[in-house]
Design a protein around this ligand. Structure first.
Ligand SMILES: C[S@@+](CC[C@H](N)C(=O)[O-])C[C@H]1O[C@@H](n2cnc3c(N)ncnc32)[C@H](O)[C@@H]1O
Length: 223
């Protein structure tokens, strides 16, 4: 699988659960900003970076027994958690609204030798019916996907449609304010929520080294 043309590519080596993955990505996300895209739907090419939450989520996925399970990742970007899900034997589908992100993710999965990564363009605000063709999923993943106020209202109904009674939803988040909105929306329906604090010492930004891993499971239906 070839990388898409026209990108100035750099390679990062990331070790997840003992496996060193060569993550190839564009050198600069900022250079990819397209003003027309931004004017249309405020789209910014954050996919081109590997975010600390993605690495934290990938570490968690790499410890899970996932053989044969169906896993979908939302806002996957370079999709390190999906690569780990493949490695664990899951059937993983990485999604994003940037097709280029998914091309990089597929190429990186091939290079890592974890298997063939399925991908689909899915926009949280306007998912096509195709996105639900394989629902319900066993596991819904997301890393750093709650950075704008509009995100909880887009993601809560999408997650509900991707889920069944036994679906687990795991979202890693660097304590962004909008995360509270999703937790509130999901708790209001029938989800139980648990928050786990994970240290990520390399985290470069101002909010410090703690990433939250939010785990959601369905409340047991009352009889
Ligand atoms: C901060 S980045 C995180 C990327 C990756 N999960 C990681 O942790 O490295 C947010 C990701 O969400 C994607 N995204 C944002 N809004 C989206 C939308 N409406 N539909 C689908 N993907 C979206 C972006 O393209 C980007 O890949």
């Amino acid at each position: 699988m070839r990388l898409p043309d026209g990108f100035d590519v750099v390679t990062e080596h990331v070790t997840v659960a003992g496996l060193t993955v060569e993550v190839r990505r564009p050198r600069s996300a900022e250079d990819l900003i397209d003003e027309d895209e931004y004017a249309r739907d405020e789209r910014l090419p954050y996919w081109a970076d590997l975010w600390p939450s993605g690495q934290v989520l990938a570490e968690w996925v790499a410890t899970q027994p996932l053989r044969g399970l169906r896993v979908i990742e939302l806002g996957a970007g370079l999709a390190l958690p999906s690569l780990m899900a493949l490695r664990q034997g899951a059937r993983a589908l990485a999604t994003d609204w940037y097709p280029e992100a998914l091309e990089f993710a597929r190429a990186n999965a091939d290079r890592a030798g974890v298997g063939r990564l399925a991908t689909m363009v899915v926009d949280w605000g306007a998912p096509s019916d195709e996105a639900f063709a394989d629902a319900p999923y066993d596991l819904v993943l997301g890393a750093d996907i709650l950075y704008e106020n509009r995100h909880p209202a887009q993601l809560a109904p999408l997650i509900a449609r991707l889920s069944g009674p036994r679906t687990r939803v795991v979202i890693a988040d660097p304590r962004r304010p909008a995360a509270g909105g999703l937790i509130a929306e999901m708790r209001e329906t029938d989800w139980r929520h648990e928050r786990i604090e994970v240290r990520f010492p390399g985290r470069p930004d101002e909010q410090g080294s703690v990433i939250h891993r939010h785990e959601f499971t369905r409340r047991v239906p009352r009889t």
